[in-house]
Design a protein around this ligand. Structure first.
Ligand code: PEP
Length: 254
């Protein structure tokens, strides 16, 4: 099995309802008329727009992702949205462990692990985000940080082509600074080696490992040609239809 290339947009807390509708409609039309080869286009919208978004996905080739999920199934958890709820509206992916969740909302590796489990139980593909801060990179502990996050997120998890990892150096998110293709490849290769050691060769080979951190049309090609980079988790540039189309075209043509 050849691993999939994934171009995933993370809208974060952006776009109004009508802007979302307009974007999703145009993206659905764009992908409909294209041979996407082994590229999957995923749009992770704010929770409020997921039902609207999965309606467009049902009629096109795009997939929809949530940006977060509760670690509980149902119950008295005010403000939360559960994996069964996402499943019921045919949401295919869900970002977990994004550095903004870790920084502002206290998401820990244990919580990421619980969310990973509950998503798998509901057949939603988790996009597990990991990555070091600038201080950690400068202290020379990037590899330790990444391995610790992997160990935390994947504790007691069986993988069966149902998980995606996104390596997102925190210092490159929303800053305009991208890791060089070589810096990113180095960590992607470390992640793949960790998967071989902790799972097996086949699982490691089949897992899509995305890069995230100021990905845009100008730098995506150099990143995607790296042997262990299988797509992008894209924040800022994913809000722009022209840039998103350009990045999808580049991925399809590679
Ligand atoms: C992200 O939201 O995961 C991200 C990488 O953002 P940006 O592309 O804006 O750096």
């Amino acid at each position: 099995m050849m691993r999939r290339i994934i171009i995933a947009g993370n809208w974060k807390m952006n776009k109004t309802y009508s802007e979302s509708e307009e974007f999703l409609s145009e993206m659905a039309n764009f992908t409909e008329t294209k041979d996407l080869k082994n590229v999957d286009v995923v749009i992770c919208t704010p929770a409020l727009y997921l039902k609207l978004a999965t309606g467009f996905a049902a009629k096109s080739k795009i997939f929809i992702g949530a940006q977060n999920v509760s670690n509980f199934d149902f119950g008295a958890y005010t403000g939360e949205i559960s994996a069964p709820m996402l499943k019921a509206i045919e949401c295919s992916f869900c970002i977990i462990g994004h550095s903004e969740r870790r920084k502002y909302f206290g998401d820990t590796d244990d919580l990421v692990n619980a969310k990973l489990k509950i998503l798998q139980q509901n057949k939603i593909i988790p996009i597990v985000c990991i990555g070091e801060t600038l201080e950690e990179r400068e202290a020379g502990i990037t590899e330790d940080v990444v391995v610790n996050q992997l160990e935390g997120a994947f504790r007691n998890i069986t993988v069966n082509n149902d998980v995606v990892i996104a390596y997102e150096p925190v210092w490159a998110i929303g800053t305009g600074k991208t890791a060089t293709p070589a810096q990113a490849q180095e960590i992607h290769s470390l992640i793949r080696s960790w998967l071989i050691e902790n799972y097996n060769h086949e699982i490691a080979e089949n897992m899509s490992i995305l890069y995230g951190g100021s990905v845009k049309p100008d730098n995506i090609r150099e990143l995607l040609i790296q042997p262990d980079i299988d797509g992008g988790l894209i924040g800022g540039a994913s809000l722009d239809m022209g840039k998103m189309k350009e990045m999808i075209n580049i991925a399809v043509e590679l």
